[in-house]
Structures are given as structure tokens and as C-alpha cells.
Design a protein around this ligand. Structure first.
Ligand code: DGY
Length: 348
């Protein structure tokens, strides 16, 4: 699909993206916009090389693509200097290789904060109240009347929510769980989450002033403290060498037997095979997973487990957010082509 065919700058998007604002932004600024409409969900390096071709000024790519030296040097050879991932996470992008080739890299922070946090909150609630299991039970025609023990789950109010990685998304999630469900907070981050801390302090004062029971919060000295103490744990770190398999057999073993673990960050943060084994022997332990170690696949056994809720990497999938991500990605590429600053922000 081609927009503004006579545009001076050739910008390629490896996927159709929601909305039209991003297309208008580029075509109004003298860009010829080419959108790959290949039905394949995941494009190979060869597919992308063919898209780059001989002349290409910038590319908007996706988190399913492997952007390394081969692609960046091809883009540079084609005259390109700009690449944007349509995602906040950019573990699929070798930024050093891009820099070496003279290609600027952008990502799309900010616009997906609340949407992603909302999915983490949804998975936390769905796991606590066993919503998916109960839905399957109804559809299977198994409901034959109210029973005192039917799908009894956990009350979140007064329990402790644990956040690992308190950047934008982790902090937004923490706020939702504190304010919405009056949970106590324990969080772990390498940096101090100043805005989150200001919020919890002010919220605590508000509750006190209104004669309501205050919520407690603390910054944990170690991640293990969060794992040991929290009832619901949500993971929000970036994926890099230090967070690969952050949650493994050992860390799972120190969590409460009936804890809930939610992951809307990146699949490899959890050792998924170890998680499957843990879920099998701890039926009260529940997970809500948006991401998987080898997407689009799940580790054997996971799909059969009743104590796991699995959704296909949809944390940022609200219309507003996806259109915003597309627009930001277009602005990143346009900015580099036209000499404006490009946003690359590792703080998710
Ligand atoms: C991101 O932006 O990194 C998300 O995973 C996309 O939903």
C-alpha cells in the first residue's frame, strides 16, 4: 500500500498500523509512505531487506522483528538514518549496531502506560476472582445452582501488591491497585519511584483525613522481599541480560503458595518451563500472562492449566494507545529525517 507516491522521502512501515494520523503526518511532510501488507505475522530479515530495497529514508518496525546489524547496515546503504520500533520495549533492537551504522532509533513511551497497566490490573483481578475458569464453567453448561464454595477466590482489599520495576507502567499499575482496591504496596526498583512515592504518601493522608483505614507502602531492599511478602506480584522491568529469567525455580519457591503473578513486560523475564512445573504442583498459585518466552508459542503444559490465564500480548491494545504508538513512531522517523529530536526512552 502506497501513500503520497511522489513524496521525496521513502518511509516504510513493516505492518499496517491503526489510524490514519500517522500516515497523514508523514505524507504531509513530503514522505512517500509504503506499508507492507504481507499476510505473514512475523517478517523475516530477508522479507525486511526486500522492503528496504535500494532507497529508504526510514523504517517503522515491530517488536516481532529482529533489528540487528544486517538490517541497519542495509538501511544505511539505502540512504536511511531513521528507525522506530512501534513499542516502548526495544529488546528486539540492537541499538549499538544501529548507532554504529549511523541510524537513530526511536521507541514509543508514554502513550501505552495506562493501557498496559489496565491489562495488568485486569489480569490480577481475573486471576484473583477466577473469572476465566468461571466463564468456561458456565459455557460448558456445568452451572446447576449457587453453592457456597463455587469459584471462591481472593479478596484484594487489604492484601499486598508487589511491583517489580516501578517505572511508568509499574507505577501506574501500583496506583490503580492501591486506589481502586485499597491494597498495600511493596515495590522493588533499582531507582527510587519518586512520583509513585509522592502519590502513596498523599493518598495515605487523604484516607486518614477521611477517617478511612490507611494503606501501607514500602520500597523493598531486595526483589526477594517483594516475592516473599506480596500476595499479587506484577512484573514491569525491561528485558535485558540482567532480567532474563528473573523469575525462576528458586524465586518461585519463595513466593506465597497462593500468590498471583502477572507478567505484561516480556516473556523471557520468567523461566516459563519452571513456571509450568510450579503451577502444576501449586494449584492455588495463579498467573496472568500477556507475554511468553518464545512467542507466539507457549511452553508445553501451560495451555492445559486452570490456574493460568493467557492472553496474546495485548497489553497496549486499546485503540487510543495503538493510534498513539503509530503516531509517535511516525514522528520519530520524521523527526530524524527532518532533523528534529527522536525519543528513545528506556524507562517503561
Ligand atoms: C511494548 O510497547 O513494548 C509492548 O509490549 C507492545 O504492546
Amino acid at each position: 500500500e502506497v501513500w503520497n507516491p511522489s513524496g521525496k522521502y521513502r518511509v516504510v512501515s513493516t505492518k499496517p498500523m491503526p489510524g490514519t494520523r500517522w500516515i497523514r503526518l508523514l505524507s504531509d511532510q513530503d514522505c512517500r509512505v509504503e506499508i507492507c501488507t504481507d499476510k505473514k505475522t512475523i517478517l523475516s530479515v530477508e522479507d525486511i531487506l526486500a522492503l528496504i530495497g535500494d532507497k529508504c529514508d526510514g523504517v517503522i518496525g515491530q517488536l516481532t522483528e529482529d533489528w540487528g546489524e544486517v538490517l541497519f547496515s542495509a538501511l544505511r546503504r539505502a540512504g536511511g538514518t531513521a528507525f522506530s520500533n512501534m513499542a516502548v520495549g526495544y529488546n528486539n533492537v540492537d541499538v549499538d549496531a544501529a548507532t554504529k551504522c549511523g541510524v537513530a532509533v526511536g521507541n514509543t513511551p508514554g502513550v501505552l502506560t495506562e493501557t498496559t497497566a489496565e491489562l495488568a490490573a485486569s489480569l490480577s483481578l481475573a486471576a484473583a476472582r477466577r473469572i476465566v475458569e468461571a466463564d468456561e464453567f458456565m459455557r460448558a453448561g456445568l452451572y446447576d445452582g449457587w453453592l457456597p464454595h463455587l469459584f471462591v477466590g481472593n479478596l484484594l482489599k487489604g492484601q499486598t501488591v508487589g511491583v517489580i520495576g516501578a517505572g511508568r507502567i509499574g507505577s501506574a499499575y501500583a496506583r490503580m491497585m492501591i486506589e481502586g482496591f485499597k491494597m498495600n504496596l511493596i515495590y522493588y526498583d533499582l531507582y527510587q519511584a519518586t512520583r509513585l512515592e509522592k502519590f502513596v504518601t498523599a493518598y495515605g493522608q487523604f484516607l486518614k483525613a477521611n477517617g478511612e483505614q490507611p494503606v501501607s507502602w514500602k520500597r523493598a531492599a531486595t526483589m526477594e522481599d517483594v516475592l516473599r511478602e506480596a500476595d499479587v506480584i506484577s512484573l514491569h522491568p525491561i528485558l535485558d541480560k540482567t532480567t532474563y529469567h528473573l523469575i525462576n525455580k528458586e524465586s518461585l519457591s519463595i513466593m506465597k503458595k497462593d500468590a498471583i503473578l502477572v507478567n505484561c513486560s516480556r516473556g523471557p523475564v520468567i523461566d516459563e518451563a519452571a513456571l509450568v512445573e510450579h503451577l502444576k504442583v501449586n494449584p492455588m498459585f495463579r498467573v496472568g500472562l500477556d507475554v511468553f518466552e518464545d512467542e507466539p508459542y507457549m511452553k508445553p503444559g501451560l495451555a492445559e492449566l486452570k490456574n493460568a490465564i493467557v492472553v496474546p500480548h495485548i497489553a497496549s491494545a486499546s485503540k487510543w494507545t495503538r493510534e498513539g504508538m503509530a503516531t509517535l513512531a511516525a514522528l520519530n522517523v520524521l523527526g530524524k529525517i527532518k532533523g528534529y529530536p527522536v525519543s528513545t526512552d528506556p524507562n517503561q
